[in-house]
Design a protein around this ligand. Structure first.
Ligand code: ADE
Length: 418
C-alpha cells in the first residue's frame, strides 16, 4: 500500500484517539453498522481531502465499512494529527498522505497522490482537491460522478466554479446542512478556537478586549464563548444585517481600524483576504495577540507584518513574537493558519459526528442520483438533514413532542384567524 505519514510508530496512540472520538460519534456509528451490512459503496473509489483528525478517521472507517476504496490526504498543512494518520495506515489499512507541518510542495504532492487513486467520488474541505483535479488533471474528470464539500470557503469556491460554467460534476455542499453549520461552525469553532488560543498562549480571557472579524456562524460561536469567559467582545462585520445582529446580541461593533487600537486578542474568521493588514499593525497595542480560524491563511497579512518587523521568533509552541521596528510586539498564533486545528484538535467529536454523517449520507445519495444531477452545487437533501437531527437526539436519549393532528392541520391552514 502506498502512503506517506510521519511515523507508523505513532499508530498505537492514534488508535486510542480514534476510539475515544468514536464514543461521541453515535450517528456515524449507526451509519457504519448499516454500511457494513448493506455495502452501499461497494468498490467505489473515494479520494478525501480533509483535516486528518481522529474524527475524520472515523468517517474513513465508515466509508470503508460501506465497501468504498478510500484514500485520504490533508486539507491543510498544519492540521494533521500524525498519530491518527499512522493508525489509519497501520490499523485500518487506509492509505493516508499527510504529515503535520508539511511544506506547500509536499501538500500538493499529497493531493496528487490522492488523485492518483482515480476517484469516482471526491470529498473536499476547502476545495483544493477538486481545484487541482480541474486545473491539472482534467483527463480524470470524466471518471468522477460527484463530490462533497465540507466547509464555507470550499462551497464559495465551488459555487463560483459552477457560476462560471467550469465545474465538471455535481457537488453536495455538506457545509450548508443545518445539522452541519448550526453545530460544527457555531459550537465546534466556538469551543475549539478558544481551545487553540489557550493551548498556544495560556492567557486569561477574562477582562480582555477580544476582537472578532466576521459574524457568520463560526464568528457567532467564538463570540459567544469569549463572552462567556468574561471577555469584552468587539465585532467587526462588513455586512449590515450581521452587524446589526451582533449589536443586538450585545456586542460592540466598530470599524476595524478602531478595533485595532484596543484589541488584546484579535481573531479572524471571515474567509476573506488581508482582514488584518498593515494599517492595523501600525496602530495595534504592544502585546496584542492575533490569530485566524478561517479556512485559509490569507486573512492576516503576514508578509506586511514581517516587513514592519525587526525580528520574528517562536516564544511558545504555535506562538511567534514579531518585534516591530518601533518596539511594539505582536504575537501571531499558528502561523495564521486555522488556530483551532493547528494549536488544538479541531472541533470535538460530538459535532463532527453530524458533519460527517452528512458526508456519509451524501456520498450514498450521489451514487444513487448522480445521473439525474447537473454540474452544480446542491444542498444536502432536507430529509437527510432532518434524519440526522432525529438520530442525534435519539442517541442523546432526548425525547421531543410530536404535534397533534389538530396542530399539524392548523399549521397548514389559512382559514382560522382571530
Ligand atoms: N474541522 C474542524 N474540526 C475538525 C475535526 N475535528 N476533524 C475534521 N475536520 C475538522
Amino acid at each position: 500500500m502506498n502512503y506517506d505519514v510521519k511515523d507508523l510508530g505513532l499508530a498505537e496512540s492514534g488508535k486510542k484517539r480514534i476510539e475515544w472520538a468514536d464514543k461521541d460519534m453515535s450517528v456515524l456509528r449507526l451509519i457504519r453498522e448499516r454500511f457494513a451490512s448493506e455495502k452501499p459503496l461497494s468498490g467505489v473509489r473515494i479520494s478525501a481531502c480533509l483535516h486528518v483528525t481522529s474524527e475524520t478517521a472515523n468517517l474513513m472507517r465508515t466509508l470503508k465499512a460501506g465497501g468504498a476504496d478510500v484514500v485520504l490526504c490533508a486539507s491543510n498543512p498544519l492540521s494533521t494529527q500524525d498519530s491518527v494518520a499512522a493508525s489509519l495506515v497501520k490499523d485500518y489499512n487506509i492509505p493516508v498522505f499527510a504529515i503535520k507541518d508539511e511544506d506547500e510542495e509536499t501538500y500538493y504532492r499529497h493531493i496528487n497522490a490522492a488523485l492518483d487513486h482515480h476517484p469516482k467520488i471526491t470529498m473536499d474541505d476547502g476545495a483544493d482537491l477538486i481545484s487541482t483535479l480541474h486545473a491539472e488533471r482534467a483527463d480524470q474528470l470524466s471518471e468522477v460522478v460527484g463530490g462533497t464539500e465540507e466547509t464555507t470557503t470550499g462551497v464559495i469556491r465551488l459555487k463560483s466554479m459552477a457560476e462560471q460554467g467550469v465545474l465538471h460534476y455535481p457537488i453536495i455542499a455538506v457545509n450548508d446542512a443545518q445539522t452541519k453549520y448550526l453545530f460544527d461552525n457555531r459550537y465546534g469553532t466556538g469551543q475549539s478556537t478558544i481551545d487553540g488560543i489557550l493551548r498556544a498562549t495560556n492567557i486569561l480571557i477574562a477582562g480582555k478586549t477580544f476582537v472578532l472579524s466576521g459574524y457568520g456562524w463560526c464568528g457567532r460561536g467564538i463570540a459567544m464563548r469569549a463572552k462567556g469567559m468574561g471577555a469584552n467582545v468587539v465585532i467587526i462585520e462588513a455586512d449590515p444585517l450581521r452587524a446589526l445582529e451582533a449589536v443586538m446580541d450585545g456586542y460592540r461593533v466598530m470599524p476595524s481600524i478602531e478595533a485595532a487600537m484596543i484589541a488584546d486578542i484579535w481573531v479572524t474568521v471571515t474567509g476573506d483576504i488581508h482582514v488584518i493588514d498593515e494599517k492595523h499593525f501600525k496602530v495595534m497595542k504592544d502585546g496584542a495577540i492575533i490569530c485566524n480560524s478561517g479556512h485559509f491563511n490569507v486573512e492576516i497579512n503576514i508578509p506586511a507584518l514581517e516587513a514592519m518587523s525587526e525580528s520574528r521568533k517562536e516564544v511558545r509552541d504555535f506562538t511567534e513574537e514579531f518585534l516591530i521596528k518601533d518596539g511594539r510586539r505582536i504575537y501571531l498564533l499558528a502561523d495564521g493558519r486555522l488556530v483551532n486545528l493547528a494549536a488544538a484538535e479541531g472541533h470535538p467529536a460530538s459535532v463532527m459526528d453530524m458533519s460527517f454523517a452528512n458526508q456519509a449520507f451524501s456520498v450514498e445519495h450521489i451514487l444513487k442520483e448522480a445521473e439525474k444531477m447537473e454540474n452544480t452545487v446542491y444542498p444536502v437533501p432536507a430529509a437527510i438533514d432532518q434524519n440526522i437531527a432525529w438520530l442525534k437526539l435519539d442517541s442523546m436519549n432526548i425525547k421531543i413532542d410530536k404535534l397533534t393532528d389538530e396542530q399539524e392541520k392548523y399549521l397548514h391552514s389559512w382559514e382560522m384567524g382571530t
